[in-house]
Design a protein around this ligand. Structure first.
Ligand code: UN1
Length: 503
């Protein structure tokens, strides 16, 4: 495994903050260093970190740009978004390569993420022509009732490292099309991709100050992105710990907030399931993106009758996964994003063993040869996991799958629901009645029938219940509505004739 040489891209060469339409250095003494998780000797770029003063400048710029952007018609905003999407399409391969290098995911996954993010921008671009409210008949004659939507103002967008392009895209695009101006703070592990997306909007002609990028340690910036009075809404995806903090501060200020947080998503494979289909779904769900997605399949509930057969098929398939660098064509699974995430994976593997679960495969860091310079963990499966155990209840965010068995449908649903999260789930069966019962009884924001727990599409809402999220759903109309205020208008056009009031 030789580290793949970094192709110098324009995006890497301008690793800077973007404030008021200018690429500038941050004021913090702390640098953000972008490294390759497959080979931590390879530094991809460095950013002079932002601190509170930079965030305030970004908020100033966004506040100044707001009236002009608000006055720009939604179709005109949409054309800028569409241009950004076209630019991103041209840069798709280049940015996907960069994503593999910086985040670690294998190239086909990075290309898939680019495609998804670009589609989201295109979808929201089109909403510029459709964003109107509703018209309803009134109780009163010659009266019209209708609603309009208005941008909230300056908003904060805070995103994680696991989808460094798609998650920023699905938050920035609806904010911009709504007429909001944005202060965008990506995770410090993925600055190059954040620059890549912002650069595309700049090149598409987005006016200065409408989208600002601040990169730096959370500790250097403090809570200013949520507590500054000019911030009118916050959209956050990330850990439960930070999400709860964001929610509390935003709640105390009385501003709208969306927090998309963890998942511990179950896949239930029933005895009549198409096992080949279920196998493909569990492989993608549990080990795709190295398990580092909130929609990952992390709990597997097998019908007792097919459990041994299915696990045999699964183990044979997992044995074929070649763990390796994202840009290596042979790799089927990339590294953990950094040392800390790798250690979390290993800690949960140790917890699983201690709790008495049976390790079926994996369980180790890979350190042979050049692998010692990366954060590689084997795909890991535990059988006989107790529902009360930490391995069943807590999010790992790595390639670790917990398995249990039952032959009772009600018990399967109970096991699936016995967890603090409720983002997504999967049910594999040919039985429509059972599938519909599962859909009704499961506590989750998204249900996949005969399809893996992962993924989402631009045109339908995305989000979860319980510990998985608070606030409005993302994507689709809901994703855009979050960034707007509504006005209900009561229009009386009786003119000189006196309106006869009903009440
Ligand atoms: C997906 O499964 O394609 O952080 C998206 C996450 C989610 C996104 C998952 N917000 O993993």
């Amino acid at each position: 495994m030789t580290p793949t040489a970094t192709k110098t891209t324009p995006e890497v060469s301008i690793l800077k903050q973007y404030i008021a339409g200018k690429w500038v250095d941050g004021s913090s003494s702390r640098e953000i260093v972008s490294t390759n998780p497959a080979d931590n000797r390879q530094v991809l770029g460095k950013v002079k970190g932002a601190d509170k003063s930079d965030v305030l400048k970004a908020i100033d710029a966004a506040q100044k740009a707001f009236p002009g952007w608000k006055a720009t018609t939604p179709p005109a905003r949409g054309r800028i978004l569409m241009k950004a999407a076209l630019i991103l399409r041209e840069r798709k391969e280049e940015l996907a390569r960069l994503m593999s290098l910086e985040q670690g995911k294998i190239l086909p996954e990075a290309l898939g993420e680019m495609e998804k993010g670009i589609t989201l921008i295109e979808w929201f671009a089109g909403e510029g022509l459709r964003m109107g409210g509703i018209t309803q008949p009134s109780e009163l004659a010659k009266n019209l009732l209708y609603t309009t939507r208005h941008p909230r103002g300056v908003v904060s967008i805070i995103t994680p490292w696991n989808f460094p392009f798609a998650i920023p895209a699905w938050k920035i695009a609806p904010a911009l099309i709504s007429g909001c101006t944005v202060v965008f703070k990506p995770a410090s592990l993925v600055p190059a991709l954040a620059v890549g997306i912002v650069k595309a909007f700049e090149d598409a002609g987005l006016p200065p100050g409408v989208l600002n990028l601040v990169m730096g340690a959370g500790s250097a910036m403090g809570d200013i992105l949520v507590e500054e009075p000019r911030i009118k809404a916050v959209s956050f995806t990330g850990s439960n710990e930070i999400g709860k903090r964001v929610h509390t501060i935003a709640g105390a200020r009385g501003i709208p907030v969306v927090c998309e947080m963890g998942g511990k998503n179950p896949a239930v494979i029933w005895d009549d399931a198409d096992l080949e289909l279920a196998l493909a779904g569990v492989m993608k769900g549990a080990f795709g993106s190295t398990g580092q997605r909130c929609t990952a399949t992390s709990r597997l509930i097998l019908h007792t009758k097919i459990a041994d057969q299915f696990l045999k098929m699964l183990l044979a398939e997992v044995a074929k996964i070649k763990v390796g660098p994202g840009l290596d064509k042979a790799s089927g699974m990339g590294p953990a994003v950094d040392e800390s995430q790798m250690n979390t994976d290993l800690e949960y593997i140790a917890i699983g063993k201690k709790e008495g679960a049976k390790l079926l495969c994996g369980g180790n860091r890979i350190t042979t040869g050049d692998y010692a310079h990366g954060w590689f963990v084997e795909p890991t499966i535990f059988d006989g996991v107790s529902p009360k155990s930490r391995l069943w209840q807590e999010e790992v965010f790595g390639p670790v799958l917990a398995v249990t068995r039952t032959d009772d449908f009600d018990k399967a649903v109970e096991l699936a629901n016995d967890c603090p999260f409720g983002l997504t789930c999967a049910f594999y069966s040919q039985d429509l009645t059972l599938a519909m019962r599962f859909t009704e009884e499961i506590e989750a924001g998204m249900v996949h029938l005969n399809s893996p727990t992962i993924g989402g599409e631009a045109q339908v809402p995305f989000g979860g219940v319980k510990g998985s999220g608070v606030g409005e759903r993302e994507m689709a109309k809901e994703g855009m509505h979050f960034f707007t205020e509504q006005k209900t208008v009561f229009l009386d056009y009786t003119g000189a004739r006196r309106a006869s009031n009903l009440y």
